[in-house]
Structure formats: C-alpha cells, structure tokens
Design a protein around this ligand. Structure first.
Ligand SMILES: C[S@@+](CC[C@H](N)C(=O)[O-])C[C@H]1O[C@@H](n2cnc3c(N)ncnc32)[C@H](O)[C@@H]1O
Length: 428
C-alpha cells in the first residue's frame, strides 16, 4: 500500500469521468418500469458519456492503446490451458474474450501521476445449530474454510479473509458515497421491522445497519460462524445455507445480499426464495461484482500474469461447475421471479490509482489493497481443486500477478455490473 500512497491527485483530472456516470442520478431513486428499463439499457450497453482515451499524451506511441486497436480476443490457449477449452461455458468463454475487448466505460488513464496514492450434515438447515463441528474449520494449504456444508464455498474464512471482507465493506461504502444501502427503504409500507442479510460474512454490514436502525431486527446468515459476539441488541446471526429452502418464521421488509457472485450454484433460486420471504412493498438489494473477470481499457494487460490468472480462474470455476460471473444477470433474474421497478446501477473499481478522478483514485487504492490481500484466498482452492495445479504452481503465478499489480502498468478494473439492484415486490 505504501507505493499507492505516494500518488497525488491531479486537480484537473477530477473534472473528467465519474465512476457513477454510466448510471446517472439513480441512487436512491425508484423509477417507473419504463424509466428503469431505459436506464438499464443504457448501462448494460456500457454507453459512456466520456470518450475513452489516453488523455494527456495522445501520441503515436500510445495510439495503439486505443480501444479500437485492442479488439484482440484472449483464448484459453493463450492462458496456457491447452485441453481445458471444453470446460468453460459459452458465456464464460465470452467473458474470457472480453477481458481485453474494447471498453466503453467511463474510465480514462491518468498519465499525470505514477498511479499510486459438511460432512455429517443430514440437517436441511443449521438455523440455531450450535453443533461443535460448525466451529471446527477445515484446513487446507494453510488456510481455513467453512465446515458446515464443507467444500461448498471456495474462499477461506480465516482472519486474513475476514480482514479483507471488512476492508471490502469500506470499498462498497465508498462506492455508494458512504451509504450502506440504496433502496428507498423509507418508502416501505408499514415501516422497516425485519431485515435479512444473506451470506453476511463477518457481519459488518448487518452490525452497522442494526446500529443505524435500532428499531429493526436484523438477521445475518452464513455458512461460517465468523461474526462477532458483541453486537447491537437488535442484530442476530445464524449458520444457514441460503440455498436450502428458507425456514424463517416471518417475512422481511428488506433483504440485502452483497458479494454473492462466488457463493451459489443457483443465484436464481436464492432470489426466488428472497421474493417469497419479502412482505408486499419490501425491497431486495444486491450489491455485486464479477470476479475474477477484470477488464482492461486498453491492451496493456496482454501477455501479463494478471491476464493468465483471469483466464485460469475462469476455466477452474467452470471445471468446478461454478459460474461466478452472474452479477450481470441479476436484473434479469429479479424480473423473472416477479420483482418490479428493478433498477441497476454500475460502477467500476480500478486496480490501483491509474484512472482519472478523485473518487476513482480512492476506489483504485482501496481495491488494489483488497485484491492483493485476497488474491491467495480467491485462488488457492479454485486452482488446486479445479485444475489440479500444485500449490507451488499457484504461488508462482500469484507472485507474477502481484508484480504486475505493483508495477501500475496495467489499466485494469473490476466491473460492477450490478453493484446495487433494488426492487419492490407487490407479491401478496
Ligand atoms: C464474499 S463473502 C461476502 C460477505 C458479506 N456479504 C460482505 O459483503 O461482506 C461471501 C460470504 O458468503 C458465505 N456463503 C457462501 N455460500 C453460502 C451459502 N450457500 N449460504 C450462506 N452463506 C454462504 C461465505 O461463507 C462468505 O462469508
């Protein structure tokens, strides 16, 4: 992080481009179905108000960095995945191809700085389950993983990962200009009484939300009991698999789910459960991103370790039968199960401080730190279990990725296809 902190913000660059510009003025605003469709159409097509360019030094040297000259697609072979092609789904293949495809997001390179400022589980649910095994985490390659429904989720649950999740929480808040949520929950008929946070992680969102709304009862659920003991009196945690049939004794006014891309076999089914457990007029809000699919606004990523990591991760998750890239489909899923007035907003998290704009630099600095601290955790189980890579091979790859990231040469960002989707349900 130290080199990041050396970067200075160019006052001029703050004028150009905003992370939230692809989804203007949508925060906290419920729209009519047709308005929201219009906005989503625009954002889904990635139409950006600012033309992408290397703004300061538009010379012949960097002319080949322009989007229209970087349309070269990346194949699995290029990632060193000979023989693995059949593993990726068609959509995942498209994601692979699009990593360095022309981008139309409102990010432009700031060239004025150096870029840096259950094994025995026959229970259907573990609600209220205090079985000791739930607390005895599974250990693999020096990291620990959840024991309830063991093997289902591929990211660790140890202190390193918990610290990263808490850091990421701040990244989400920065993205939403400090807010914990975007849905207009003040409009919920009858008020806000019961709140659910699906797959709550360390529970940091649930705790802060419970503090902010002391009259609401907030429940956070997760496969791992990694939440703190001392929490607001209106905040509760349960070990629970969100993919099981929901067994709550009451419905909710507001359901929140964040960073769930890597969690479920069927996001659609979880969204269907949420729909069934919302009171009429309640909201479901999802905030998510597509990992590992980073994109690059130019061709700087070509041939890098980072590009290879992206492609290997996509192939490995496909081999494991997982699709982590569904955030872009959430809106469709919400509409499919019956939600109305679905609003989708989009942001980007640059990897490092290379992008113009004060907010972009701030998000880039935090995301770079978040990515570096999470890299081993995201990768180890996925590449060893999914592609049979050895720990040594994985660590060698990660060393290269870290070098790439520290070099600040790569104009990569994490697309936030659906950082916030909220919808009102009129279900009876
Ligand atoms: C990336 S973390 C996000 C945590 C939290 N939502 C946040 O934003 O900080 C994903 C969490 O989902 C949990 N998880 C994964 N699959 C789950 C499932 N099927 N049911 C409940 N929780 C699950 C994991 O244990 C992990 O804590």
């Amino acid at each position: 992080m130290s080199s990041d902190q050396q970067g200075r913000v160019d006052p001029e660059v703050a004028k150009v481009g905003s992370l939230s510009s692809p989804g203007p003025a949508l925060l906290g605003t419920a729209t009519t179905a047709s308005e929201s469709n219009d906005n989503s159409e625009r954002t889904l097509q990635g139409e950006a108000p600012v033309e992408l360019k290397e703004s300061h030094h538009d010379t012949a040297d960097n002319a080949n960095l322009r989007p229209d000259s970087s349309a070269e697609t990346v194949s699995l072979d290029q990632a060193g995945l000979h023989g693995e092609e059949g593993l990726a789904t068609e959509r995942q293949q498209q994601e692979i191809a699009s990593i360095s495809a022309p981008s139309t997001v409102a990010l432009s390179v700031d060239t004025s700085t150096d870029g840096d400022i259950d094994r025995d589980s026959d229970n259907d649910s573990a609600i209220g389950d205090t079985s000791i095994y739930v607390y005895q985490f599974a250990e693999e390659h020096g990291r620990t993983y959840h024991r309830y429904r063991e093997g289902k989720y591929y990211l660790p649950n140890d202190e390193i990962e918990q610290d990263r999740l808490d850091l990421q929480h701040h990244l989400f808040r920065l993205t939403l200009d400090g807010a914990l949520f975007s849905a207009p929950i003040e409009n919920i008929p009858g008020g806000l009484h019961n709140v659910l946070d699906i797959a709550t992680g360390t529970g940091i969102w649930a705790v802060e939300f419970a503090d902010q709304f002391p009259s609401a009862k907030v429940i956070g659920t997760d496969l791992s009991p990694i939440q703190p003991e001392f929490v607001p009196a209106n905040c509760f945690f349960e070990v629970n698999d969100a993919e099981d049939p929901w067994m709550f004794s009451h419905k909710f006014d507001y359901i929140h789910g964040r960073a769930l891309g890597s969690c479920f076999k069927s996001h659609l089914e979880v969204i269907q459960s949420a729909f069934s457990f919302l009171r009429p007029g309640g909201y479901l809000e999802l905030q998510d991103f597509i990992i590992p699919v980073h994109r690059c606004i130019d061709d700087t990523v070509h041939g890098s370790h980072f590009e290879r990591w992206n492609n290997l991760m996509l192939a490995a998750t496909a081999a494991l039968g997982k699709d982590w890239s569904r955030a872009s489909l959430y809106k469709e899923y919400l509409q499919q199960v019956g939600f109305v007035d679905v609003v989708e907003m989009r942001y980007n998290w640059p990897v490092g401080r290379w992008a113009r704009g004060k907010k972009e630099k701030m998000l880039g600095m935090w995301y770079k730190e978040n990515f570096l601290s999470g890299l081993q955790g995201f990768t180890l189980a996925v590449l060893t279990r999914g592609l049979g890579m050895s720990v040594t091979e994985v660590e060698a790859l990660l060393a290269g990725v870290r070098n790439d990231i520290h070099s600040n040469m790569f104009h990569m960002y994490l697309p936030m296809y659906v950082p916030t989707t909220f919808s009102q349900t009129f279900q009876c």
